[in-house]
Design a protein around this ligand. Structure first.
Ligand code: COS
Length: 386
């Protein structure tokens, strides 16, 4: 079997290890020091944005021809994982930049890519606008409309739960262009924050990821140039789902990072904390908890990298693995962070330690980019289709 290139899959190339060292160093020095205060004051992590922009880690997935680094999907999840290990809110900068541009990268025209992607490389951010109040899991039930008017498209409606909504410059927006055609009557567009009729609504008050603003967006006869459509009319829902096939592993990566951060904190604390005359890490009940946390985090990491690698290879039918990696990793993150709070005891329930923040941040990974119930729908449909 020696020399079979397939077996390289199980060892990351050296450049990925180097990338991990670089992004970990940046995260520890330039993002972690602000993480607790960003959460406490529910403010955008400007320091993280600056550090990520300065180092090019803000949007590593953008191809080189648009000025980006053209990093592969595994490299991208490593960046998100490492930022997330110290600050989940900050990890949404690279994660949502990918979510907000992936439809364009997959299906947009060359001209549109040239309009948008270099801007993101240069530090502007992008968001993704699919959900509406009455169209969350049932995304195809959206009501936002786009109508052709001469050379323009005119959008009317409201989108909600838009991650980084008040901070982004570019938005991938899905809207109904033909109400008779259901999912095949939806189109995708790139909207700029300065387009007339585009309005950002109030910020949600959230349990976690408090450094990342989540907003409603209002389209009030919002007029955009005709060439801002992504792909053909009526292909927007497919573009939206195809995007999620590529980005659900990035939420898996965020979950793995949160879990690893909580595990690292729990190991350090249980080695230090003494009860009954010895470190609590020496009690078998605690040892077993740490072992389970580490075992599950490692399994989630492997599934996320595998899923990202399959997307990178351009495989079709990514639905199962992409949903499985997001679902498994986020369930692990919820369990591991809850256990970390438990291991810290009363201290873990206070904001003096990072684990309660990690537990609150982990929760959203089971919900956004599709609830874990929807991930199970996607997985079972793929299984039963045969
Ligand atoms: N890639 C491309 N096309 C896809 C696809 C994919 N992964 N999955 C389905 N499609 C196609 C289908 O083939 C179908 O096209 P045809 O009618 O031409 O055959 C079309 O898209 C509609 O698919 P389907 O009938 O399966 O759509 P549903 O309305 O049943 O919705 C779910 C499917 C529930 C999976 C989808 O609405 C979903 O993922 N919901 C969650 C949304 C979400 O993640 N929101 C979070 C937003 S980001 S925070």
């Amino acid at each position: 079997m020696a020399g079979n290139p397939d077996f390289d899959l199980f060892q990351l190339p050296e450049e990925h290890d180097e990338l991990r060292s670089a992004i970990r160093d940046l995260s520890v020095k330039q993002i972690e020091p602000y993480a607790a205060e960003v959460d406490e004051n529910e403010r955008y992590p400007e320091e993280a944005l600056e550090a990520l922009n300065a180092s090019g880690f803000n949007a590593v997935h953008i191809p080189e021809e648009y000025g980006g680094q053209g990093a592969d999907s595994v490299a991208t999840v490593i960046v998100i994982e490492e930022v997330s290990r110290v600050c989940a809110s900050s990890s949404l900068i690279p994660a949502v930049n990918k979510l907000g541009t992936m439809g364009l990268i997959l299906n947009g025209s060359e001209d549109l890519k040239k309009q948008v992607l270099p801007d993101i490389v240069n530090g502007a951010t992008a968001s993704y606008a699919l959900s509406e109040r009455e169209a969350g899991s049932d995304a195809a039930a959206m009501r936002t409309k786009a109508t052709k008017d001469g050379d323009s498209w005119v959008l009317n409606g409201t989108k909600c739960w838009i991650t980084n909504g008040s901070k982004s410059t570019w938005f991938t927006v899905m809207a109904v262009t033909d109400p008779e055609k259901g999912a095949n009557g939806i189109s995708a567009f790139m909207v700029h924050k300065d387009d007339p009729g585009f309005v950002v609504g109030p910020k949600e008050k959230k349990l976690g990821i408090k450094g990342s603003p989540t907003n409603e967006l209002y389209f009030e006869s919002c007029r955009i140039p005709g060439d801002r459509i992504i792909g053909e009319v009526g292909t927007g829902f497919k573009t939206a789902l195809q995007t999620l096939d590529h980005t659900r592993p990035t939420i898996g990566a965020q979950a793995v990072g949160i879990a690893q951060g909580a595990l690292d904190a729990a190991i350090a604390y249980t080695k230090d904390r003494k009860q009954f005359g010895k470190a609590i890490s020496t009690f078998q009940g605690v040892e077993f908890m740490l072992a389970d946390m580490a075992m599950n985090t490692e399994a989630a990491r492997l599934m996320v990298y595998h899923s990202a690698a399959r997307a990178e290879r351009g495989e079709k039918n990514l639905g199962f693995i992409s949903s499985a990696s997001k679902c498994f990793a986020s369930d692990v993150a919820m369990q591991v962070t809850t256990d970390a709070v438990q291991l810290f005891g009363g201290a873990g329930y206070t904001r003096d330690f990072p684990v309660e923040r990690m537990m609150r941040d982990a929760k959203i990974t089971q919900i956004y980019e599709g609830t874990n119930q929807i991930q199970r729908v996607v997985m079972s449909r793929a299984l039963l289709r045969g």
